[in-house]
Design a protein around this ligand. Structure first.
Ligand code: PEP
Ligand code: MN
Length: 352
């Protein structure tokens, strides 16, 4: 941490700041130039708030040199995190495509969709069974019944399953069924939930909050990582802006920014980031070109009758066309689409 003193700071003020730095267990590196005095505070600074120093007399600016998201940061882990997920890897050369309906609606709907997305080249199946709906009167999800249908779809196709968890009370049930716990945009800063998930060893897909900064997303990932759960992928799903012609605004910038700041895999959700099926393929292509490690896309066999997010859901044939285009862009980027072959064989992290 760098503490830059005001030009007119007195020697007593400088001395007082030095004492304060030492008192919190940090070493001091003093550099006294003609224009400014800079006090370097060296050591474990990530758990010390900058405000502690900002309020001291004579202090002008306090700057962190290391990121506050220590475990998620590339500074301490320069190589990309690559982890296995039931027959393919996330974060390496392979591009994972997670696809399926917004909500699991019935056994036949999820089985039909699972076979269709597998056929089109998806590497994992998504489907919400606990739905975060704006209205309490809207469909809230099938709960455990939906998880049973997802598990059956996994048995039939070999596709690992991804479903959203909304509360800690669902954790025990969810880890029994799913391969990836999705933390939705609305729960990105549900810190108790993040901590509880950090104690499990189930892979996590953490979505960016509607109005969360990239740093806030990384700090949320830090909650999970600090519990010892290392398999976290981050998901850009669009942010709220003044623009109303799409549901959200895809922050494509976040992909190279995240890839620069963190070693964790980064995927994009073009369904929620646009809100319209017509725009999904374009933004999916852009994401892979921008360096994303994968996609999560809503697909429904009959979008007009979907109970949630039909407007942004692709029909299976449109999804298949999108996968082909994405595959070509992946090749240009020196990557390839992940594909799941054969039997489902769960790969869980080591709990030791
Ligand atoms: C979803 O994936 O269906 C969902 C609710 O996403 P988000 O949390 O990004 O809104
Ligand atoms: Mn949805």
């Amino acid at each position: 941490m760098m503490i830059i003193m005001k030009a007119n700071a007195t020697p007593q003020e400088v001395e007082h700041v030095i004492e304060h730095v030492k008192s919190v267990g940090l070493a001091v590196h003093l550099s006294q130039g003609i224009e400014a005095t800079i006090i370097g505070a060296i050591g474990e600074t990530h758990n010390i708030p900058v405000e502690q120093f900002e309020i001291l007399d004579g202090v002008d600016i306090v700057k962190r040199i290391t990121q506050p998201f220590k475990l998620a940061s590339r500074q301490f882990h320069p190589e990309d995190s690559v982890f296995p997920l039931d027959g393919f890897t996330v974060g390496g050369e392979e591009i994972s495509i997670i696809a399926g309906p917004c909500s699991v609606e019935s056994r036949s709907q999820i089985l039909e969709t699972a076979h269709a997305v597998k056929e089109a080249g998806a590497s994992a199946l998504r489907g919400g069974v606990f739905k975060p709906r704006t209205s309490p009167y809207a469909f809230q999800g099938l709960g455990e019944e939906g998880l049973e249908y997802l598990a059956e779809a996994r048995d039939q196709t070999g596709l690992p399953i991804v479903a959203e968890i909304m509360s800690q009370t669902q954790l025990e049930l969810m880890v029994k069924y799913v391969d990836v716990l999705q933390v939705g945009a609305r729960n990105m800063q549900n810190f108790n939930l993040l901590r509880a998930i950090g104690e499990t060893r189930t892979t996590v897909l953490l979505k960016r909050g509607l109005s969360a900064t990239i740093e806030e997303l990384l700090m949320s990932a830090e909650y999970i990582l600090s519990g010892g759960n290392k398999q976290v992928m981050l998901c850009e799903r669009g942010i709220r802006t003044f623009e109303t012609s799409t549901r959200n605004t895809t922050d494509i910038n976040s992909i190279p920014v995240l890839k620069n700041l963190t070693h964790l895999p980064v995927i994009l959700d073009p369904s929620h980031s646009t809100g319209y099926s017509d725009y999904v393929a374009a933004i999916a292509r852009a994401a892979i070109a921008a360096g994303a490690d994968g996609l999560i896309v809503e697909v429904h066999p009959d979008p007009a009758h979907a109970v949630s997010d039909g407007k942004q859901s692709l029909r299976p044939e449109k999804f298949a066309a999108m996968v082909k285009q994405v595959g070509q862009i992946a090749q240009i980027m020196g990557r390839r689409l992940a594909s799941v072959q054969g039997e489902y064989s769960p790969t869980r992290q080591d709990w030791s």
